[in-house]
Design a protein around this ligand. Structure first.
Ligand SMILES: Cc1cc2nc3c(=O)[nH]c(=O)nc-3n(C[C@H](O)[C@H](O)[C@H](O)COP(=O)(O)OP(=O)(O)OC[C@H]3O[C@@H](n4cnc5c(N)ncnc54)[C@H](O)[C@@H]3O)c2cc1C
Length: 408
């Protein structure tokens, strides 16, 4: 598919960016093709903790890896809203595939929002679209956990060349990626919070595995630990400092896409619970099984989750190009709390689905098993720990007033 494809509707000028509205039908078809591949290998991906190769072959074939990239750079110019829809659909099929897709798109969003105007990053974006490169993320470092706004490793500068050695605790699909987007301290004498972001192609880094990935869930993300060594042109560093990129793009896009993945996992569990309750009721002459109330509770939690994600997607798209609004305490608190709430609701929904199915949901075999969904959903409160987010937000929450009306 190329940009001349008849299924794409030509362009809507949108705040000066080159946007091409993808026909909804075309996006749905492309997403379905990838989701079908994801569903087919989901169990094996989980069992063997292996990378979902067939899914990403399909994503490349459908050109979805470059969907966010503006048309002028060879992509579809899709919105974060559209990417989130894909995350949700993939989440229903295979949580690991969906999370890989979400993490990749978050890195692409940084390139799109903060790379335009930099020849190196524009060229990198063109390559992502043309070659359907898969980008991994390295933010977690050493024992620092989810404290992303603090880096230990510093960029070493030598004329127009730079180098960086990073103890990357976790890099999902690091071994399978074609490029890495990573944070680092600006220079040896910079403070831990004075960070830059780098987009690095495979020809400029090496990875040496330091830790495996034998986990409860999200096994197909293959999030092993590595020593990451980077050497290449200084142009790999984004012109803007990381604090801005973090607030404007990295956090909002990550939280919107991750939440959509988790909603997808929860929806898949609800679907199984619905089939179970229907079958049980049919088998009992219409009599509802005792777990039926848990199915209703699962549906209720899922609706809450979807509504919350949708309203935050609207909030983000309303302010996407407004730096001040994105940096405001209100927006930052809202987008961080979305992550906390969506992850808690994902676990709650999936747990209700399991209780609705009873033993049939608890067993690892059979058509009503929700074990994989629950294991995958349990990663969500930890992925940038909710406790850390709540503690960080406490001061900001004290500063904003209690709303005077129901609607702003
Ligand atoms: C599926 C998955 C994929 C991932 N992929 C990547 C990736 O590709 N690249 C990458 O860089 N990282 C990745 N991560 C790591 C992730 O981004 C976080 O850095 C990581 O989950 C945090 O790990 P932690 O729980 O050890 O650390 P911490 O955040 O330090 O938490 C450790 C403990 O300390 C507590 N804690 C921490 N801070 C506070 C506080 N302020 N108040 C109260 N309690 C606190 C927490 O409750 C928790 O119990 C991934 C994680 C998961 C689950």
């Amino acid at each position: 598919m190329n940009v001349q494809d008849a299924s794409l509707v030509q362009p809507a000028a949108d705040n000066g960016t080159d946007r091409l509205l993808m026909d909804r039908g075309s996006l749905i078809k492309r997403t379905e093709a990838v989701a079908t591949a994801a569903a087919a290998e989901a169990e094996d991906v989980d069992l063997r903790a292996r990378f979902p190769k067939a899914t990403f072959d399909a994503a490349r074939e459908q050109k979805l890896l470059g969907m966010l990239i503006p048309v002028a750079f060879g992509g579809f110019g899709a919105s974060v809203d559209e990417v989130s829809e894909v995350c949700y659909t993939l989440g229903r099929a295979c949580a690991s595939s969906a999370m890989i897709f979400a993490m990749h798109q978050t890195k692409v969003a940084c390139l799109v929002r903060h790379g335009i105007g930099s020849a190196y990053h524009e060229q990198f974006m063109r390559r992502v679209a043309a070659e359907q490169l898969l980008l991994a993320s390295s933010t977690t470092e050493g024992q620092n956990g989810g404290n992303i706004r603090s880096s230990a490793a510093a960029v070493a500068h030598r004329d127009a060349e730079i180098s960086l050695v990073r103890n990357a605790t976790v890099i999902s699909y690091g071994a399978e990626a074609d490029g890495i987007v990573t944070i680092a301290r600006r220079a040896d004498d910079a403070a831990a919070s004075d960070q830059v972001l780098l987009a690095v192609g495979k020809d400029h880094y090496t990875l040496e595995r330091t830790q495996g990935w034998e986990t409860l869930g999200m096994r197909g993300t293959c999030s092993a630990g590595f020593e990451l060594k980077i050497k290449g042109p200084a142009a790999m560093i984004f012109p803007e400092s990381y604090d801005k990129i973090h607030a404007q793009t990295m956090t909002p896009v990550a939280h919107l896409c991750w939440s959509s993945v988790w909603a997808g996992i929860a929806a898949a569990a609800v679907e199984r619970a619905q089939r179970f309750i229907r079958k049980a009721a049919r088998g009992a002459g219409g009599q509802m099984p005792p777990g039926a109330a848990h199915y209703t509770a699962a549906k209720m939690a899922l609706s809450k989750m979807r509504a919350m994600i949708a309203s935050h997607l609207d909030l983000y798209s309303a302010h996407e190009y407004d730096e001040r609004a994105l940096a405001s305490l209100d927006f930052q608190s809202a987008i961080n709390l979305l992550k906390v709430q969506a992850s808690e609701l994902a676990v709650e929904t999936t747990m209700h689905a399991m209780r609705a199915c009873g033993l049939s949901g608890y067993r690892n075999d059979g058509e009503f098993t929700v074990g994989r969904h629950l294991r995958d959903a349990l990663s969500s409160p930890l992925m940038i720990n909710n406790d850390r987010i709540l503690a960080n937000i406490a001061t900001a929450s004290l500063m904003s007033g209690v709303p005077a009306a129901l609607r702003d």
